[in-house]
Design a protein around this ligand. Structure first.
Ligand SMILES: Cc1cc2nc3c(=O)[nH]c(=O)nc-3n(C[C@H](O)[C@H](O)[C@H](O)COP(=O)(O)OP(=O)(O)OC[C@H]3O[C@@H](n4cnc5c(N)ncnc54)[C@H](O)[C@@H]3O)c2cc1C
Length: 292
């Protein structure tokens, strides 16, 4: 496995901003993953994993870490009875299609989430009333010291939260699904994708939800919209005119532009609603929002 240096991460993220990774590797088996983790420990650099980069913002000066992208066996998808066994680097879309073809329902919620299953577990990604927590049987987690199979309670999955620690890599997951008519599954996927298209920017460069919803009865998008920030622009980034909780890259945005928009939205929402928005997007490198 090649360990590359100074690899541009902008093309590995859906927002398309950010600088390079100090080290970058694409392990394609558990052995290569172990090798990569040992390399990072030897160099004394932290490990970061990037899935499809659909919920990350990378510092414009890059990140001083070994960034891993799981490939090969670590992105493979298999169906075993009613269970999908997928490498952490497998795209949700591939898993959803394999499940549909096998007549297995329960993963349709992930059809509109443009990430990997590893990123899905890390974030406990979810939509339309379901999430990874609802289907996860167990996950194989690797770190510099060991590889172990972890049951869901240990991962403590809740709304966009998991107990995974820095340096822990989701190498494989097993997802429990249920027998269902493939035509019904297909119709449900089409329905969810259409609902998505109707409310969110689907053809723009974004990183999905910027902030978590602060309360069950107060959506982050609604709060930002109420502050009149839809369409608010800094540099090459804009708060989506379509949905307040999305930031769009107009073409030449930097991560600093996105952070400036986030800071403004957070301050204005705090002033108006008295709540502190917590960002859902994960920061890679020394990015931070100013204190309120
Ligand atoms: C248009 C759009 C719509 C979206 N809609 C939704 C939605 O409805 N619901 C939702 O929850 N999210 C949504 N998202 C956000 C995003 O798709 C999810 O958070 C997704 O699960 C991230 O997966 P990823 O593979 O792209 O992870 P990345 O964005 O690459 O990484 C996210 C975090 O997970 C970590 N990570 C990634 N892979 C692994 C791994 N194998 N092991 C350990 N850690 C890992 C990263 O280090 C990082 O901290 C949307 C994003 C976009 C762009």
């Amino acid at each position: 496995m090649k360990i590359e240096r100074d690899v541009a991460l902008a093309r590995h993220t859906t927002i398309g901003t950010g600088g390079p990774a100090g080290f970058f590797a694409r392990p394609s088996s558990l052995d290569e993953l172990r090798e990569a983790l040992a390399f990072a420990a030897g160099e004394g650099v932290p490990v970061e994993v990037i899935g499809l980069g659909s919920n990350v913002l990378v510092h414009d000066d890059g990140v001083d870490a070994l960034v891993l992208r799981l490939e090969g066996e670590l992105a493979r998808v298999a169906v075993e009875d009613d269970v999908i066994v997928a490498g952490g680097g497998a795209a949700n879309a591939v898993c959803v299609h394999r499940a549909r073809d096998a007549g297995l329902g329960g993963l349709e919620f992930a059809s509109a989430i443009p990430g990997t299953v590893g990123g899905g577990v890390r974030m406990n990604a979810g939509a339309y009333g379901s999430d990874f927590n609802a289907v996860l049987v167990d996950a194989v987690i690797a770190d510099a010291l060991r590889v172990r199979t972890v049951p869901p309670p240990e991962l403590d999955l809740s709304y966009r939260h998991s107990a995974l620690r820095p340096g822990e890599v989701v190498a494989q997951v097993r997802l429990q699904l249920t027998r269902q008519d493939p035509a019904e599954i297909k119709a449900r996927i089409a329905e969810l994708l259409a609902a998505r298209k109707a409310t969110q920017p689907t053809n723009k460069r974004t990183f999905g939800s910027v902030f978590k919803n602060p309360r069950a009865d107060l959506g982050a998008g609604y709060a930002i919209e109420q502050c009149g920030l839809k369409g608010y622009r800094v540099g090459g980034a804009v708060i989506s005119p379509r949905h307040g909780n999305f930031i769009e890259n107009l073409g030449d945005a930097t991560s600093a532009d996105a952070v400036a928009l986030m800071a403004e939205a957070r301050a204005r929402v705090h002033e108006r609603f008295g709540v502190e928005l917590e960002h859902e997007v994960r920061f890679l490198g020394p990015l931070a929002l100013p204190p309120l």
